[in-house]
Unconditional design. Structure first.
Length: 82
């Protein structure tokens, strides 16, 4: 398993989510990332080096550093704000 570090922006946005069922889905996806950090879709162009997971209706953005065995959870944003 990898170490997971949460960005301050993610923590702030996560705390603003009012729907508990969505929070639970996000937590479950973070657990999956811990087990297999390459599960997310690799991004290209400006966001190269990051990966994303779709958690309806949000996208969870993270970065995986294989050499350090660390995952940084960067952001969570609405699919339409892409």
């Amino acid at each position: 398993m990898v170490e997971v570090i949460f960005d301050e922006k993610f923590k702030e946005l996560f705390s603003k989510i009012k729907d508990n069922s969505i929070k639970i889905k996000i937590i479950k996806q973070v657990e999956k990332i811990k087990i297999n950090p390459e599960i997310g879709k690799p991004m290209r162009n400006v966001r190269k080096g990051t990966r994303e997971l779709y958690i309806k209706p949000f996208r969870l953005s993270y970065e995986y550093f294989r050499d350090k065995n660390v995952v940084y959870i960067l952001d969570i944003y609405h699919k339409d704000e892409q």
